[in-house]
Design a protein around this ligand. Structure first.
Ligand SMILES: Nc1ncnc2c1ncn2[C@@H]1O[C@H](COP(=O)(O)OP(=O)(O)OP(=O)(O)O)[C@@H](O)[C@H]1O
Length: 689
């Protein structure tokens, strides 16, 4: 502990000084105000002596006693100034995390404007309004401190807001006061405390300077600055008259900073925080691709509405409100087959039609997800597979309504549990999402708040959405953990995330999502960071949720082996589109898209010749900026023809093969599968020749 708090002998000495100063704040005036205020005409302007070590002032009052008594006023005024600055600054600095994108940018611009004004100028401006004296000085300096505090808070809150555990909490519908209180403020407390201590010592210095100049504390009150002014006259006769208050100011400033350091270190080196720092140092930060879009997700309901407004409208909906008009090009015109209708019975857990995601880029807008239509039936396990950059995560995040400007989301339809998501207003939408959908991100540690024990994290969604009290929610969480085969669940709830292994954490995240019994879990690469044994545990946990609760699963992975073994239906994505859809059972033998086949060929099976290298797909997938208006896979495809390089193949249903779709001008021959419905079937042989 001592090492973690960096308690060097010097720092311990400063903490002792701070403790002594705090004792003086309490005991100084009662003990010494008699001597401090006693006028002694016989000893006016006396030099240092045993009776008056710092000498006396012009009325013969003991200067040492006055310095001791002034501790209270000096420190309390400095504390009040910093408190005022931070109360204003933190309140304003948190606003961008809570407001919609437009108001957020107004507040951010205002903060920037105030930060640009020199603090002294701002203080003088306010002082002219509120007047001089102790009260005026506190208000003027407090207001001058506020912009820096606001900027710091804004930056810190934005960085925590990007964490996946905040996104996970949002998706289960946790409201902003709870988000702030539980997830954001505890995680930004350490740097804020540090900054607060520094602001207090700065305020002490500034207030002393004002009192020294006669603009701060007014007679008969006095602080160290006022005493310094008295003592300075006699600096050469009685040096301690000036050195005493001067030293008090310097020592107090340094001691306050040391106290702030130790307090901040105590908060920051709280065990879970340390674990997170170690992870960061090891380079295990959350994936930038995921974190970036979610970073904006803090704006509660207003912002999804921006992206959603487009979604609620028909296919030709305008881009999201924040994107400049004309920024987003229409996705290339294709005539995609709609997602196959869900079987009769309960409504589909998720249905999106013509989902496109665009974002502004240097070279104009890019559309990394284009016209994706998919349905996840009630209780179904559907997989999305594709190489990195194929658009899987953006599709999943857009489906979970977690994308915000600068991403612009367009859909012709977006239904969750059979209900049109964007027909609802903010609160209703959040409730629908919170009750019907849970998201499991790739990195379980970043999906859990490192500062909180599992109990709070696993119960908050159930308290919010199932109206359970804390005891009932705890019971539900224990039951979920037990179902997911986590040993000693009661004990686990008392632990912090870093105390669990990777697989346990991911199961805890799944349990967190399952406490509201959602109809759908969207799991984005939930096993990528885990080893094979743990991967099996996590997939088994998802499988149990599916089997026992009928929870549908949308599993995203670049590993076609995982998808094939876990899912019932597979969507293969490439270049932001679905290029093939088929039942998982057909994957190995009946896939017809050359890309799907190439992915499969790159996975070894029992018949693979171990002496020969595995086939790989030549080249690399196109980035969002490189997506052509023709077939995106053509550049890497052995069967590509002129037509592939010129025209985008539409995603079409395969005749006589329910639930199968393919987007290819030359689907591979498949003895078991009927010929594709597209004209491509006939042309294929001809063109290949
Ligand atoms: N925050 C972002 N800023 C700019 N471009 C992005 C961003 N996120 C995604 N993209 C673009 O969108 C494309 C699709 O990204 P997405 O994360 O959905 O792919 P993915 O298939 O999930 O890949 P991975 O498995 O690596 O996560 C990327 O190739 C990238 O060009």
């Amino acid at each position: 502990m001592r090492e973690r708090l960096d308690l060097t002998p010097g720092r311990i000495a400063l903490l002792a000084v701070l403790a002594a100063l705090l004792a003086l704040v309490v005991a100084g005036p009662p003990l010494w105000s008699g001597a401090a205020d006693e006028i002694d005409t016989a000893a006016m302007r006396a030099g240092a002596s045993a009776a008056h070590p710092f000498g006396t002032d012009q009325l013969g009052r003991d200067l040492l006693a006055r310095v001791l008594v002034a501790t209270r006023l000096s420190l309390l005024l400095a504390l009040a100034t910093a408190a005022l600055g931070f109360a204003l600054g933190v309140a304003v600095g948190l606003l961008p995390a809570l407001l919609g994108p437009r108001l957020r940018s107004v507040v951010a611009t205002t903060i920037n404007l105030f930060v640009a004004i020199p603090g002294l100028l701002l203080a003088l401006l306010v002082a002219t309004i509120v007047g001089i004296g102790a009260k005026g000085a506190v208000i003027a300096l407090g207001v001058a401190l506020a912009p820096q505090a606001a900027r710091l808070t804004q930056t810190l809150a934005a960085s925590v807001g990007g964490a996946e555990y905040v996104a996970a909490s949002r998706v289960v519908g946790v409201r902003w006061p709870r988000l702030l209180g539980r997830h954001i403020l505890p995680n930004i407390a350490a740097p804020l405390v540090l900054q607060f201590a520094m602001a207090t010592s700065q305020a002490l210095l500034a207030l002393s300077a004002l009192s020294f100049l006669g603009l701060g504390v007014q007679s008969p009150d006095y602080d160290w600055g006022a005493l310094l002014s008295v003592g300075l006259d006699r600096m050469y006769v009685t040096p301690m008259a000036a050195l005493g208050p001067g030293l008090a100011i310097v020592l107090a400033g340094v001691a306050i900073n040391a106290g702030g350091d130790v307090l901040a270190a105590a908060i920051a080196t709280d065990a879970p925080q340390r674990a997170r720092r170690r992870r960061r140092a090891a380079g295990l930060a959350p994936s930038a691709t995921l974190a970036a879009p979610v970073a904006e997700a803090l704006a509660d309901e207003a912002a999804p509405a921006a992206a959603a407004s487009a979604a609620a409208a028909p296919a030709a909906a305008a881009p999201a409100a924040d994107a400049a008009p004309g920024d987003v090009p229409a996705a290339p015109a294709v005539d995609p087959a709609p997602a196959p209708p869900a079987p009769a019975g309960p409504p589909a857990a998720l249905r999106v039609e013509r989902l496109s995601v665009s974002l502004p880029a240097a070279e104009g807008a890019v559309t990394p997800v284009r016209e994706v239509s998919l349905t996840v039936g009630h209780g179904e396990r559907v997989g999305i597979v594709g190489e990195s950059g194929s658009g899987k995560s953006l599709t999943a995040l857009a489906a979970a309504a977690l994308l915000e400007p600068p991403f612009a989301v367009e859909t012709a339809a977006h239904e969750i549990a059979g209900e049109p998501l964007f027909a609802r207003a903010g609160t209703g939408r959040r409730r629908l999402l919170g009750r019907s959908l849970a998201v499991v991100f790739q990195d379980p540690l970043s999906a859990l708040n490192p500062a909180l024990r599992l109990r709070r994290q696993l119960t908050e969604a159930a308290i919010e959405h199932r109206d359970l009290d804390a005891g009932e929610a705890t019971e539900a969480a224990i039951e979920r953990l037990r179902e997911l085969r986590l040993t000693r669940p009661e004990q686990r709830l008392g632990q912090h995330p870093h105390e669990l292994s990777g697989g346990m954490r991911q199961r805890a995240v799944i349990a967190m999502g399952m406490t509201v019994r959602p109809g759908l879990i969207v799991a984005d690469e939930p096993t990528t960071a885990l080893d094979v044994a743990v991967e099996r545990e996590v997939l088994a946990a998802l499988r149990r949720a599916n089997d026992e609760d009928g929870t549908a699963i949308l599993l995203i992975s670049h590993d076609i082996g995982v998808i094939a073994s876990f899912c019932e239906r597979v969507l293969v994505m490439y270049g932001g589109r679905i290029v093939e859809e088929l039942p998982a059972a057909d994957l190995r033998e009946r896939a017809v898209h050359p890309y799907t086949r190439a992915l499969l060929a790159a996975v070894p099976d029992m018949e693979t010749d171990r002496d020969r290298p595995l086939p790989t797909i030549p080249g690399r997938p196109p980035t969002a900026a490189e997506l052509p208006a023709s077939c995106a896979f053509a550049a890497r495809c052995a069967f590509a023809s002129e037509r592939c390089r010129a025209q985008q193949p539409p995603l079409v249903a395969l005749d006589g093969a329910p639930g199968r779709r393919v987007a290819c001008w030359h689907p591979a021959p498949d003895a078991a599968a009927p010929a594709p419905a597209a004209a491509a079937g006939d042309e294929r042989e001809e063109e290949r020749r």
